[in-house]
Each structure stands twice: as structure tokens, then as C-alpha cells.
Design a protein around this ligand. Structure first.
Ligand SMILES: [Zn+2]
Length: 478
């Protein structure tokens, strides 16, 4: 009896416990079935968000669904809430926004190393223009774009802002590879590879804008070469086209002292004042270089909310000068970072651009506190996105934004040790070979350093064949 009573009593005591256990077991299975489905979860990562608070998280997860960032949080709690078809263990790795290249001419990489150590006018007129006249074709632009996108993905760039010719080819390659792009047909007041007049380029641009409208990764913008190679009619007409479709408007501005003198002589003002008089400075303007800006020019650019693409390596290699970037930033001007074309750089590597930008301004200002590492990473990510007018979509890792991000190996001799300032590691220690995986619009486009949607060796072989024929072309200057 005692035993029976004991068992009975024990059962009475046990029943609520068993009930709670069954409920919690049910809860567990319900939780499992109620977990939100996602496409990718990157877990156990160090996450650098580049949001407005510069938030950083250890041992955290980034959840990706349908191209967007669904959530960011501690790996343990994310694991309770979400399940995904692919989980990436990012232990010992950094997850950060993809780098934003605000100015380039990607197919010029086909001419990389063809002619270096020249002054700008000789370089352009003796070497680059004759080369372009003969070899800029739709097929070669496609090849150059393929080579460039492989290079850019391998060095952590997830979006580039391009101005060149046959830009539909660049757009198509971007779509095939899965890289985010702004493509702009370059307009100029003399005949170019695919247009006898700028009117043809203008019509081509409008056609492209309509063709790619609403695409998830390709945006078509407008580009005019510069205030000294384009008439005021061309510049105004092109700006009106950009305004009509609300797309970016690109122009090289104040790149050399020669340009300043030339515009001063013709229009009796600076290039920025000239563009302002034409009424073509606005929020969608991306002014490449801005090397020779006066205080008044900076004030105008700030007032008009126009942005600049700073290309330190190209400006150094062609001895153009040093853009007053610390002063521009101090006055609140939008400044992003760019590589310019690989014929004048000679690469599309944004890690090198960050390193050079940080060091250049410390040297020329004789002030080692300017352009600190965080400011440089800002320029290469969120501020670059602001310059391109895309900061609501990209440039930082935040819920709802597009999943354009990098997974970077931190456990490397050139990076170790890492103290508190991850920006220092990124700008001063890291090189692009630490970039392990690249995700754009929620899709993995480079996995463990393999670019997925293109045959890299085949592209290199084709580029080698083309370079051999250029090298053996007796009609070109050597
Ligand atoms: Zn340029």
C-alpha cells in the first residue's frame, strides 16, 4: 500500500511535470515548424554594419532572404528564430558591406600596362586614343568587363559606377555574373568608337535607361566626359536626360591644373562655377576627381548636394594633384572612393584605394590625424553609396537593405593581431586576398575565392590573345 500510495502520490506530483514537459516538447516542435525560412544564414561572424552608429557585433548572424537582410543578431537567438537552406560558418571571419567603387572605366583594363610613366596628354593622345579607336569594340568591351568583374569581386567590390562605350555589354556581363552596376555611356564632343556624334550616344543612353529600368542589380546612368571636352549644349542636354529619368549624372571635374587654366581662359571661372552656371549641379551629380576645388567650389557642391568620386591612385600616377578631401569632408560634402580605369591605376582594387587615400592625405597635410581609418571605410562603403544615390539600398548592413556583403578571413598573418579598431585592420593591414566570399543581392557570387558565374581561366586566355595582337600591331605607337 505504502508503495502503491507512494507511486500514486508520486504520479499525482509527476502529472503536472509531465504536462509541462509535453507542452514544452510541443513548443519545441512548434518553434521548429514556426521558424522563419530564409535563404542564407551567416553565423558566428564578427559583423561590421557601417550603420549610422557604426554598430559592430561579435559572434553574430546575418539572415538573408529574397535578396534582403532579414535580421542581424546574436547567433544563439537567431538560431532559435530562423532556418535556412544554406548556413555559412563565419567563425574567425568578418562580415561587412561590399565596397563601392564610385568611378571607373572597366574595359580600359585591356590596356593595363600598355603605356605607363607618361604625362597625361602624351598618354592620352599618343597611346590611349589610337588604341581605343582601333580596339574598342562591343566584343572587347564585353571581354574587358568580364575581366574587370572577376578582379573586382576578388577584391571585395560589390558595385561599380562605370563610364565607357558599348555600355550595354557591361550591363549584360554584370547581369550574368550577378554584380551590381551603374553603367553610363560616355558622351563627348567628338566621334568615338560607337558614335559619330554625341546625339547618337544620347539616344543609345536613353534606350539603355528604358531597357534596364527596374532591374534588380543594373542601373543605367548618364555620363559626359568633362567640361573641357564637351560643349555646354551637350552637358545641359545630358543633364536634362538624367533629370528626366532620375538617374546618376557623371562628369570628370577639375582633374588637372591644365583644365583649370583652360576653363578659366574660356569661361572666366572654375569648372565647378561653370557647371553651376549651366544649372547642372544637383543631388544626382557624381563629379570624378575634384582635385582643384576652391573653398567656393566646395560650398557650391555642398549647397547643391553634389558628390565627388575621389581617385587617389590615378591622381598620383598621372601627377594630377591631390584633392582637398579633408576640407570637403569637413564642409559636409559627399565623397566616395574610386579606382578610375585600370589603365591609369593600374588595378580596380578598393583595398589599395583605401590604403592610398589614408596615407596620401596624411602626407600632404602633414597631419597624421586626418582621414582616419573609419572615415576611409565610410568613404568606401556608406558614403560611396550616398554619392551614388543608393544609400537606402546598399552601403551598410541593416534590416531591409540589400544583402551586398563580404565575408573576410581575419585569421591571417598580415592582419593579426586585431585590437579594438577593426577599421585600422581593414585600411592599413588587410589586402584584398583576405576576401573569401562575396554576396550581392542575396546571392553568392564568389564562394571561397571562386567567382561562380564565369570561367576565369577562359577569360584570362582570351585577354592574353587580344593583348598579343595589340602588342604585335605595327600601326600603334610603341
Ligand atoms: Zn575617369
Amino acid at each position: 500500500m505504502k508503495t502503491f500510495f507512494g507511486i500514486k502520490n508520486n504520479l499525482r506530483l509527476l502529472l503536472p511535470v509531465l504536462f509541462i514537459m509535453s507542452i514544452s516538447a510541443g513548443c519545441t516542435s512548434n518553434n521548429k515548424s514556426e521558424k522563419v525560412s530564409a535563404d542564407i544564414i551567416i553565423e558566428h561572424a564578427q559583423v561590421l554594419t557601417m550603420d549610422s552608429n557604426h554598430s559592430q557585433y561579435d559572434n553574430s548572424s546575418v539572415v538573408i532572404k529574397q535578396g534582403r537582410i532579414l535580421d542581424i543578431g546574436p547567433t544563439d537567438s537567431i538560431a532559435l528564430k530562423y532556418k535556412a537552406s544554406r548556413t555559412i560558418d563565419a567563425t574567425g571571419k568578418l562580415v561587412m558591406p561590399g565596397l563601392v567603387n564610385t568611378h571607373t572605366h572597366i574595359p580600359m583594363n585591356l590596356f593595363r600596362g600598355y603605356s605607363d610613366d607618361q604625362n597625361l596628354q602624351d598618354w592620352l593622345h599618343k597611346y590611349i586614343f589610337p588604341l581605343e579607336a582601333k580596339y574598342v569594340t562591343a566584343r572587347n568591351v564585353r571581354l574587358g568587363a568580364q575581366l574587370a568583374m572577376i578582379e573586382m569581386l576578388k577584391s571585395g567590390t560589390t558595385i561599380f559606377n562605370d563610364m565607357y562605350f558599348y555600355e550595354d555589354e557591361a550591363a549584360k556581363v554584370a547581369k550574368e555574373i550577378g554584380m551590381r552596376a551603374i553603367v553610363c555611356e560616355s558622351m563627348i564632343s567628338f566621334p568615338v568608337a560607337n558614335a559619330k556624334t554625341y546625339k547618337e550616344s544620347m539616344a543609345y543612353t536613353e534606350k539603355l535607361i528604358k531597357k534596364w529600368k527596374g532591374d534588380s542589380i543594373v542601373t543605367v546612368g548618364v555620363a559626359v566626359h568633362s567640361p573641357y571636352t564637351c560643349t555646354s549644349e551637350l552637358i545641359k542636354e545630358a543633364w536634362a536626360l538624367a533629370h528626366k529619368y532620375n538617374v546618376p549624372f557623371n562628369i570628370h571635374v577639375a582633374e588637372t591644373q591644365w583644365e583649370i587654366d583652360s576653363i578659366q581662359k574660356t569661361f572666366h571661372c572654375t569648372p565647378v562655377e561653370y557647371l553651376n552656371k549651366l544649372g547642372v549641379l544637383s543631388e544626382n551629380v557624381i563629379a570624378a576627381h575634384c582635385v582643384y576645388l576652391t573653398d567656393n567650389d566646395i560650398a557650391i557642391m555642398v549647397e547643391k548636394k553634389a558628390g565627388a568620386a575621389h581617385n587617389p591612385e590615378c591622381n598620383m600616377k598621372l601627377s594630377s594633384g591631390v584633392a582637398p578631401v579633408p576640407a570637403m569632408l569637413k564642409k559636409g560634402m559627399k565623397v566616395g572612393l574610386g579606382t578610375d580605369g585600370a589603365a591609369s591605376n593600374n588595378n580596380l582594387d578598393m583595398f589599395q584605394a583605401m590604403y592610398t587615400a589614408a596615407l596620401l592625405h596624411k602626407l600632404t597635410s602633414k597631419e597624421p590625424t586626418v582621414m582616419n581609418a573609419q572615415e576611409v571605410v565610410d568613404m568606401a562603403t556608406i558614403n560611396g553609396a550616398k554619392v551614388l544615390g543608393m544609400d537606402k539600398l546598399i552601403g551598410s548592413l541593416e534590416k531591409g537593405k540589400s544583402a551586398d556583403l563580404l565575408i573576410i578571413d581575419l585569421k591571417r598573418p598580415e592582419i593579426y593581431p586585431i585590437y579594438k579598431n577593426i577599421y585600422s585592420s581593414i585600411v592599413y593591414s588587410m589586402n584584398s586576398s583576405a576576401v573569401n566570399t562575396v554576396i550581392i543581392n542575396g546571392k553568392i557570387v564568389m564562394d571561397n575565392r571562386k567567382v561562380l558565374n564565369i570561367d576565369e581561366n577562359k577569360v584570362l586566355e582570351q585577354v592574353k590573345l587580344l593583348a598579343d595582337s595589340i602588342a604585335n600591331d605595327k600601326s600603334l605607337a610603341k
